[in-house]
Each structure stands twice: as structure tokens, then as C-alpha cells.
Design a protein around this ligand. Sequence first.
Ligand SMILES: Cc1cc2nc3c(=O)[nH]c(=O)nc-3n(C[C@H](O)[C@H](O)[C@H](O)COP(=O)(O)OP(=O)(O)OC[C@H]3O[C@@H](n4cnc5c(N)ncnc54)[C@H](O)[C@@H]3O)c2cc1C
Length: 478
Amino acid sequence: MLTSTDYLVVGAGATGLAFADTLVAEADVDVTVIDCRPAPGGHWVDAYPFVRLHTPSAFYGVNSLPLGEDRIDETGENAGYYERATGAAVLDYFAAAVGRLTGTGRARVLTHHEHLGSGSDGEQVRDLSTGELQDVAVRRKVVDARYLEASIPATHVIPFEVAAGARLVRVNDLPAAAQSSSSYAVLGSGKTAADACSWLLENDVQPDRIRWVRPRDAWFYDRRHFQPLEQVGAIMEGLSLDAEAGAQAADVGDLFTQLEASGRLARIDSAWPATMFRGTMLSAAELAALRQIGDVVRLGRVRRIEADRIVLERGETATSPDVLHVDCTALGLNNAPATLIFQPGRIVLQQVRALSPCFNAALLGFIEAHRDDDEEKNRLCPPNAYPSRIEDWPGMMSRAWRAEGRWLTEPDVSAWVAKSRLNLLRALPEHAGEPSVQMAVARYLTHVNEAIQRLRQMDGSSSSKAGEDGAVRSGAGR
Ligand SMILES: Cc1cc2nc3c(=O)[nH]c(=O)nc-3n(C[C@H](O)[C@H](O)[C@H](O)COP(=O)(O)OP(=O)(O)OC[C@H]3O[C@@H](n4cnc5c(N)ncnc54)[C@H](O)[C@@H]3O)c2cc1C
């Protein structure tokens, strides 16, 4: 029975495990990770069957254990790019990561255990298998690795009504149900909806049999700019395009016009305004396939599906009992506002560098191990809320660049960052002599300081108020 621990990490998803992995590697401490789910891996435990990482495996997971073999895919939409693990492979990987962690003798991972909150005798944890309630004395900190818990199709509450006679499946059930229909309506704007459409197209459904109900249109990165190791120059090129656009843009609209013109970002329909930015990515081949779908419904969010019509925020459209509606409307990334990461007795894992959740969690483990003062830890790791709208891009990038600048002045932090497998730029020094890399670095350095200033002026997000500018909102909730 668990009675005490130095660190109680709530959440055995990618971030909780990446944090614990680095903390245990860097400090002689006792760590307990708990999760309600029956297995480690967080949302991946309940992910849809055809999910894959959208980033390469090379920089995903925990720092101490490689994921995959850094192979270049030879076929399919990812041809020429680094491999991306399937959901099943991610789960196997996290099981192995837990094995390594517990093998240190200084960590344990308790699945089927729920954190209920703080009580007078310690942190209250319920064993969901037995119902037993335990009070755990936490000697150092409770680590909230669920503040940014992902909302996914399998477990979210479907946010609209479904009348008798209408056919709706969660995206997890699409492969099993697809055969029973010849027409499909995919509901949702984000990466999961894009994945569902891609899956249908790959399974020989004709594009004119697919309707895509998109409340918002989204921007996607070109996956080309997220290729590490031998192709790391492309990541540097992408960052240099960000910096150049950031330095030159007059406003947010102009910024996205420039990012699209440079090939950094793309939208599925270039004739339609896109207002959503979630930091996800597509390959050029995926984008071309998705552009074949011409039947797009843009009437806002779905309110109700009936046997013969879909009622939406701004109107309705016909449907039929033969159409299989596919729910992909879960939020995905969490929109919780930024709050201080290092608080008295508590660490709230969040984004620092843009769109690198595993890297960030591991970095926070390193900082916790090697700095004593919470103010200094927060200076090095200002929180950076996940983006949802195009207006979130300026603040997210300027905050990330300012934080990265601070790491460079701390020799131990920059040394750890340079060698971390979770750092997508780690191979940059080995390729520094290549002309294309030199050009990208020069363009980045020319523009980044001006970009930081300009983007700060465009930023009106929660993160700008949390942490680094002195306007501390300690303990801010969801
Ligand atoms: C479909 C999908 C694909 C993605 N692909 C990528 C990718 O390719 N690359 C990338 O970098 N990022 C990707 N992301 C971003 C993603 O958010 C992270 O990769 C990461 O997996 C999220 O991990 P997490 O630990 O923050 O959250 P989660 O995985 O949601 O884990 C949080 C955990 O906390 C547990 N929990 C909650 N409350 C309690 C409680 N009271 N007691 C105990 N346990 C509790 C939950 O059960 C859950 O398991 C993807 C996200 C989604 C949804």
C-alpha cells in the first residue's frame, strides 16, 4: 500500500511519464505516477484504431528510451519522411517506458488509481479496482499531469443530440461500421476529422460519397518542416519562415497570408478563410487527397442529427438514414488557460516550447531536479497555453522564443536541451555546414528579435498574463 512519496504525478500520459523519466534520471528521488486508466499512455489508450503520431516518432515519448528506429518511410503519404508510430506502437512503447522507470527502484506507476484531491491527511487516492481510499503523504510536490488532458472521441460527451433513425458512430468504430454504408458525413474540423476522411479515401470510398461538416476551417503545418535528424534543415527552414513572417506581418491576417505564401502553413480550401490553428500537420500528399472532398458543410457546430436532416448553428442540411455520421468533434488539445507551472507544493505541466509536449515535460523534470527557487524555475519555463485560434499563434511563438533564449544563457540547461532525444533540433550542429541550413539559420537570426517584439504586440492570450511578465495568476483553475 502506498503511504508516502516525494513526488505524486497525477496522469500517466505522455507528459506525466516524460516528466517522471527525466526527474528520476536527474535526481535521487522517489516518484509515484498514478492514472485512472487501466494502462499507461493517457489518451492513446482509447485512441481510434487508425491513429498515428502526426509528428515523427524520433522526438516523441520519454527522454531515456527511443521510439521506433528512425526509419524513413518508403511508401504512402509519409513517403520520404521519418516514421510515425501507430497508436498501438505508442502504447507498447509507454509500457516499456514504465518498465524502465520502475526498474530504477525509485518509481512506481499505479494504473486504475484516481487522484481525488488534497485531504487533511495527505493526497487522497482511490484504487479503482478495490474502491479503497488511501491518504498519501507527499514529501515534495504533487505534479498535475492532467491539467492539459486531451479530450478524445472515445470518451468525450457527444455535444449534440442524435434522434432515432440517424446513424452516428464515434470515429473509433468507423472501421467496423464503414462496410454497412456507402455515404459518410464526417463531423469536425481538426486532425481527427482529417484522419477519418483520409481513412475513408484510403479504403476506396469515392470523394463524392464523403461529406465533411466543418464548423471552422483549420490551418495545418506542412509535415516537411518537422523532419528531424538527417532532414533537420527543414525544421530550421520552417522556423526561419515563422521568424520572417513574424517580423514582417502587419497583423494576424497578414501573418497567416505570409505563412501560407511561404509554404509553412496550408489550409484545405485556399479560397475559404481559416480561423482555427491547433498546431497539427499534414503531408502534401494527405492535403491533396483531402482536397478531393468537395461537399463541405460550413454552418457552424452540429446541434442535432435527425434521420433526414442535420441541424447546425446557422442552418440545416439534408441527410438520410443511409448516411453514416462519424463523430470527430472532441476538442483534442486542451484549451485550459496558462497558469504558473511551479507553484508551492505543486507543478502544473504545460507547454513551454511550441508544440513539443514530451520535450516540455522532460525539460520541466530537469529544471525541477536542478533549480531550487520556484521564481527562477518559472522564469526559465513560462507557461504557454495550447493554441486554438489564429490569434493564439503570435503569443505562442514569441513566448517560446523568449524562453529558448533564456535556456541558452544557462549552460546546464542548454547542454541538456542539446542532447535530448525529444529536442527536434538536436541534430542541427551536425548539419551546420550545409548551405541550406546556414541560409535558414541566418534568416532566423535576422528576424527572430524583431518577430518577438511584433508578435508580443499582437498577443492577447491568457499566457501573456501568466507567469513571465510579473502578472502572476497562481493557482488559476480551468
Ligand atoms: C489523437 C492525438 C494525436 C496526437 N499526436 C501527437 C503527436 O504526434 N505529437 C505530439 O507531440 N503530440 C501529439 N498530440 C498531443 C498530445 O496532447 C500529446 O502528445 C500527449 O499524448 C498528451 O499527453 P498528456 O499527458 O498531456 O495528456 P493525456 O494523454 O490526456 O493524459 C492525461 C492522463 O491523466 C489521467 N487523469 C486525469 N485525471 C486524473 C485523476 N484525477 N487521477 C488520475 N489520473 C487522472 C487521465 O486518465 C489521462 O490518462 C496528439 C494528441 C491527440 C489527441
